[in-house]
Write a protein that binds this ligand. Structure first.
Ligand SMILES: [Zn+2]
Length: 61
């Protein structure tokens, strides 16, 4: 179960889309922005099969 989620990158301010794996429930991890390649802290919860409470911030190096 996966879902595309679009958000504004806190590093480069571009609109980027990220494929979230919802099958394991809520998660928190670091993933590189596909636009600027800076590491981003991603976290979300899963409710009724959709991502919710999605947050993104620039990861500390
Ligand atoms: Zn970016």
């Amino acid at each position: 179960m996966e879902e595309w989620y679009s958000f504004t990158c806190p590093c480069c301010w571009q609109d980027v889309s990220m494929l979230l794996d919802l099958s394991a429930g809520g998660q928190a991890y670091v993933q590189d922005c596909e636009a600027c390649c800076n590491p981003l802290d991603i976290s979300f919860e899963v409710e009724n099969g959709h991502a919710t409470n999605f947050t993104v911030s620039a990861a500390q190096e």
